[in-house]
Design a protein around this ligand. Sequence first.
Ligand code: UFG
Length: 342
Amino acid sequence: MSKKGTVLVSGGAGFIGTHTTVALVEAGYDVVMIDNFSNSGPSAVEGVEKILGRKVTFEEVDTCDEKALRGVFERHQFDTVIHFAAYKAVGESVADPLKYYRNNLVSYMNILKLMKEFKRPNVLFSSSATVYGDAETLPVTEQTPRQEATSPYGNTKQIAEDILRDCCKAYPGFYGIALRYFNPIGAHPSALIGELPRGVPNNLVPFITQTAAGIRECLSIFGNDYNTPDGTCLRDYIDIVDLAKAHVAAVDRMVSGKMETKYEIFNVGTGKPVSVLELVTRFEKANGVKVPHKIVGRRAGDVPAVWADTTLANEKLGWKAERDLDDTLRAAWAWEQNLHKK
Ligand code: UFG
């Protein structure tokens, strides 16, 4: 066992899970990855192993299956869990709320119940900037009031944050950190792991890369009549490798007993707003490719602008986003191209 300890990563084969596993192992942690491959596949685990040059511990387990998950707790010693396993398509959650509440909350309750029962102290939950909704003041700090969720997906993030807060308050020896991600994009510089959307991508960058690759004819930009400098929405696009490192910093903080309260929340973003149009143009320039695009109507549920105040993460986690946006967009394109070589 590594001196630093072992981390259970649920949803380990996903976009954030794979990059975080790489970052944890590179930082000296042992990792147990679990995933049910509902939105990923074995090639994601193979990509992680290729980058690391060694095998990782992986089990195909559905976190909603308490019995199977219990087996993982019985077989492996770990102090910390990073819980990524969840569905994440906003529109689908509106169409089928029960699917989202069941999957995202049952899996989470199973994890928390077993952490308590097996006396494993540290839970890191992957939350989202979605909890801020259409914030009145920007950038948002962790103190910015949450807004009522506009989708069942968003609501599962709010409920899960509250459950963690309450567990930390009630149970001795139980610690929690919620990381609120802004818009994770990009891919590992090796182009061996990245985002693998199924079907038509909902998110902007996978749609851009697929359009550049000729898989999609044209990118639709949802609205240019927002009250922003160029009329398109502003977001805080965080490089996936930087995001993965934020998890390492949060785990370091937990295992070294540096938490100041039993439950802590951190924004994970760059602190820099970028418009949709600007992102498309930057992608085209950085990669020397064209992304045919047109302006269409607004997408329901989009907020005009949200970006992070990252002071707390900078100071308390000693973490800061470092990657240059052009490098991130080059990595996203390299990953897309690599997919078509296979
Ligand atoms: N956009 C387009 N065209 C597309 C896709 C997106 O113009 O084809 C725009 C959106 O309107 C938005 C921006 O690109 O202005 C970013 O959209 P994404 O779907 O990539 O990201 P969101 O900001 O909507 O969503 C992200 C996360 C969600 C989270 C949400 C709210 O992906 O998990 O933030 O914080 F819930």
